[in-house]
Design a protein around this ligand. Structure first.
Ligand SMILES: *Cc1c(COP(=O)(O)O)cnc(C)c1O
Length: 393
């Protein structure tokens, strides 16, 4: 029997990180504001902003922290309404609650993207919008940005899991007022924990820098116009959500690996997607026009089968060693909106619920080979065959 590739093992951190980590341990310069300049966190910010084509970047402790700071940077009043997709990770509604705002959930379609009609109907009551490019699936950003611009509503992009994805050739995370990314271990760049936000707006980044914990005049070490920084000195609370130099030292050498990871991840995804789409039980939704994804996982819908068969599919896959997660089928999935019981009011969103009950999630890391991908595709097709023939509806 062929052995299944390990879908959870991480890619090794490049050797270059070791020398820098060793240097940092010997100097003990772990705090981003200790050194007068050129601290690893500062260098990361410059390199990341340049890589994405943004003016400013602020590295912080997580993408959740970046989302929270984005809402605070926008100076939204208490109780402001923030539209978020109903299909996203629990960190997104959490960041809204943390910022004293109210999340308003928008329906998503069975292609995992925001339902534009529901978005249009809810937008007039919104003060801000967070677009979560969930698993790299990009909603119609032309329509969303045009609608939000017309109504003067700021857009924050949650690009936590979308680093490397482009929309009409432009990097995801640079379309809205602020874009947020994660360096948590399951994302494209792995520092265990960490996040970063990018923006072209000096005023927004100045506010975020102060609130991230640039106390007194430490903001001098940021490449941001002093005028913008001076305006907010002593005016804002400090939430201390900074990134450590150690994390930056682990992240920086991985930036050069990104193009390869993106290309290999897309190759793997598209290979498995094409094979799965040959079976009527599977539907891997096509990308939108203008969208070029950087996937490290694959999502597909189970179509034309019963609830019982859906359950059998997941159980058979698990029994054969493949952990296929159906978003809506476990009691604690953090991407199923009805599990966000910390919200004051969880609306019913039938379209998103129906999608989550049939949408499967499988990790497909960039380091897999095409042979590995074929082993996975063979297994999925074989399971599909057994599910549809053994207990046909
Ligand atoms: C991982 C993730 C987050 C949270 O990132 P952290 O760095 O762990 O806070 C937010 N949104 C999405 C879509 C994610 O995938």
């Amino acid at each position: 029997m062929t052995t299944l590739p390990d879908l959870y093992a991480a890619e090794p951190i490049p050797d270059a990180a070791l020398a820098e980590v060793t240097r940092l341990l010997s100097t003990a310069d772990l705090f981003r504001y200790t050194a007068p300049d050129q601290a690893p966190v500062s260098l990361l910010e410059q390199e990341f902003a340049q890589m994405l084509g943004a003016k400013y970047a602020l590295a912080v402790s997580s993408c959740s922290a970046a989302l929270f700071l984005s809402l605070k940077a926008l100076a939204l009043p208490k109780g402001a309404r923030v539209l978020i997709p109903a299909f996203t990770f629990a960190a997104v509604p959490s960041s809204v609650v943390h910022a004293d705002c109210v999340p308003v959930l928008v329906e998503c379609g069975d292609n995992y993207r925001i339902d534009i009609n529901d978005f249009i109907s809810k937008l007039p009551t919104a003060d801000a919008v967070i677009i979560s490019h969930m698993r790299g699936h990009t909603s119609d950003m032309d329509a969303i940005m045009a609608l939000c611009r017309a109504q003067n509503i700021p857009v924050v992009e949650d690009a936590a899991h979308s680093l490397g994805t482009t929309w009409n050739g432009q990097n995801i995370g640079t379309l809205g007022a602020i874009g947020c990314f994660s360096f948590q271990s399951y994302k494209m760049i792995n520092a265990g924990e960490g996040g970063i936000l990018v923006t072209d707006d000096a005023n927004l980044v100045a506010r975020a820098i102060i609130m991230s914990g640039a106390y007194e005049h430490t903001w001098i070490k940021h490449a941001v116009p002093a005028q913008a920084m001076e305006m907010w000195q002593n005016q804002l609370p400090l939430y201390n959500l900074r990134l450590s130099n150690l994390a930056a030292a682990i992240i920086r050498p991985q930036l050069a690996e990104l193009p390869r990871r993106v290309a290999d991840g897309r190759r793997n995804h598209d290979h498995v997607a094409a094979r799965l789409n040959t079976a009527p039980i599977f539907d891997v939704p096509a990308p939108l026009h203008g969208e070029l994804r950087a996937p490290d996982s694959i999502q597909f819908n189970l179509v034309g089968i019963t609830d019982a068969q859906t359950q059998t599919f997941a159980e058979t896959a698990a029994a054969r060693g493949l952990k296929v997660q159906i978003f809506g089928q476990s009691r604690d999935n953090a991407r199923a909106f009805w599990n966000w019981q910390f919200l004051d009011d969880t609306p019913e969103l039938p379209q998103t619920r129906a999608m989550l009950m049939r949408a499967c999630d499988l990790r497909l890391p960039a380091r897999l080979t095409i042979e590995d991908c074929d082993i996975i595709a063979d297994l999925l097709l074989d399971i599909a065959q057994s599910v549809t023939t053994s207990c046909a509806a």
